[in-house]
Design a protein around this ligand. Structure first.
Ligand SMILES: Cc1cc2nc3c(=O)[nH]c(=O)nc-3n(C[C@H](O)[C@H](O)[C@H](O)COP(=O)(O)OP(=O)(O)OC[C@H]3O[C@@H](n4cnc5c(N)ncnc54)[C@H](O)[C@@H]3O)c2cc1C
Length: 492
């Protein structure tokens, strides 16, 4: 068996997965059943945390050149502003939502992957798999109909909502199709009041959201009520204009549609993201309302969570457990939170009934007036507050008095991000001047970065994982805690 991992599906999640594994030197194949990349804009937003994680891949630069930086979201009811969330105060190198069509995201990721010498193999569909304790035997169908048996150490199903991998594993996609229907238009707009900002309009007949994509081009989304299980037809430009006139702040004109689509919302998730040597990531594992724009971001972050763990195992540096089982535990919890959060946002935005709506608007005006609430919302939107406080990978340090706790995202200092480069190493943030730090680095050369980094606060040692989350936080001088942690995960 020459290939360590087979990635199924070249959507944004499969591509991110392939980039991460390839840059860590893992031998992979990535197969995709369609002949061409999507030309649809679908997911528009890359949030700060995703940009931080992509920075580790060396991929963020081209995205910043192509995307549109949006720093505020407004919630309005008619001409009244109910709330305004600003992102420019979030503690990240990327304090904004980067608007970029999913087609472009896939294009840039595929180009980045090619730089590692890996090409997406198109017109190849995974149609079956058999996993054993030693590897996975996949059946791949080529466009001329011939079937190939392919052996890999691991398989990652990034094959979207209708995942064949998930079906082959017999995993249930638990959840429901929501009763409301939605229309979407990617159109040119004129007359938008805050053209570089997101606008969400709450109206008695439903919700309208307007997202800038490029100058003058916008995504318009609106709910159209319950059509009792009948799939919504694609809207016309006139319908998009009607909903803008009815629910928007007024005087917005739509023209030149690029994409018009009607869609249902599904809220579904698998119970576990792993079965032995097979993993699920992205829409294959969780789908939910686009409210909050977190579907693709969550999927890319699934990939970043799994890749370094799988790489350390494939490279023979770490034992499979507890690293690999932590993937599902950590990411399934996040999937659950995203599903609930997006569902809650959708329910609030589509609330029916005049009395309920006026109470909602009043309460929301009060809540959005509180700055701690706004800060929490901005951190949640940009996903910098995602963490793994209950992870089995967290150490058992005697937490220092201040600084990030185990499972939290480590603050990004003015340095190269942890986990960048060509090997998945942990970083030690600790004061110099104690010979035991460099001695530890010498003892675990494959697991630790070659030099100490400045601690987040005085008096502590922080061991940070290759995906930038704190593995261990302990007091100054407790180097044994670090050694014990590394002994627990390394291959003995
Ligand atoms: C209209 C719309 C609007 C959306 N808006 C947003 C948004 O604003 N924000 C957001 O975050 N998300 C949004 N999403 C969701 C977002 O598009 C998905 O979360 C994202 O595409 C998931 O990426 P993925 O790689 O997991 O799956 P996909 O993008 O579905 O990619 C899966 C890939 O696997 C391939 N494949 C499937 N089966 C096989 C097989 N057996 N063999 C080989 N290849 C296979 C498919 O062809 C596909 O290319 C939206 C989606 C839609 C449809």
């Amino acid at each position: 068996m020459n290939t360590n991992a087979l990635v199924v599906g070249a959507g944004p999640v499969g591509l991110a997965m392939a980039v991460e594994l390839a840059r860590y030197g893992i031998s992979i194949r990535i197969v995709e059943k369609t002949a061409q990349r999507t030309d649809k804009s679908k997911a528009l937003v890359l949030w700060s945390r995703t940009l931080e994680l992509m920075d580790r891949m060396g991929a963020t630069g081209p995205f910043l050149s192509e995307g549109l930086k949006v720093t505020a979201a407004n919630i309005v009811a008619g001409t009244k502003q109910i709330g305004r969330i600003t992102l420019d105060g979030v503690a990240t190198p990327y304090p904004y939502a980067l608007m970029i069509p999913q087609s472009e995201t896939e294009h840039l990721l595929e180009e980045h992957l090619a730089a590692y010498g890996v090409k997406v193999e198109r017109n190849i569909e995974l149609i079956g798999l058999a996993a054993t304790t030693d590897g996975v035997l996949s059946t791949l169908r080529h466009s001329d109909g011939h079937e190939e048996s392919f052996d890999s150490g691991w398989l990652i199903g990034c094959d979207g909502a209708h995942s064949t991998v998930r079906h082959e594993l017999g995993m249930e996609f638990v959840g429901k199709t929501m009763p409301s229907n939605w229309i979407l238009g990617d159109v040119h707009l004129s007359g938008v009041l805050n053209p570089q900002e997101i606008t969400v309009a709450w109206h008695s007949s439903g919700v309208l959201a307007i997202f800038p994509i490029t100058p003058n081009r916008y995504r318009v989304i609106a709910d159209t009520g319950d059509t009792h299980g009948v799939a919504p037809p694609d809207p016309t430009l006139e319908q998009i204009q009607e909903v803008l006139d009815q629910r928007g702040p007024g005087n917005i004109m739509a023209s030149a549609p690029v994409w018009l689509s009607g869609f249902h919302i599904n809220e579904r998730k698998v119970a576990t993201y792993r079965s032995g040597r097979v993993f699920l990531a992205g829409d294959a594992a969780h789908i939910h309302s686009p409210a909050g724009g977190q579907g693709m971001n969550t999927g890319i972050q699934d990939a970043c969570n799994l890749a370094w763990k799988l790489a350390l195992v494939c490279l023979g540096i770490c034992a499979p457990e507890p690293l690999l089982s932590s993937f599902s535990i950590e990411r399934s919890e996040i999937g659950e939170q995203v599903l609930k959060g997006a569902g809650r946002l959708t329910a609030i935005a589509t609330m029916q009934g005049n009395i309920k709506q006026s109470i909602r608007n009043h309460m929301a005006s009060l809540i959005f007036g509180l700055s701690p609430v706004l800060k929490t919302l901005a951190n949640a939107m940009t996903e910098v507050s995602i963490g793994y406080p209950k992870s089995p990978l967290n150490g058992k340090g005697t937490s220092p008095n201040s600084g990030p706790a185990e499972g939290e995202r480590a603050p990004i200092m003015n340095q190269s991000p942890v986990g960048s480069g060509d090997s998945p190493r942990f970083a030690l943030f600790a004061e110099g001047g104690d010979a035991r730090g460099p001695q530890l680095i010498e003892r675990y050369p494959n697991l630790l970065e070659a030099t100490l980094r400045q601690p987040f606060q005085e008096g502590g040692i922080w061991l940070v994982r290759p995906d930038g989350y704190v593995a261990l936080a302990t007091e100054r001088g407790r180097w044994d805690d670090v050694a014990n942690y590394l002994d627990r995960i390394k291959l003995s």
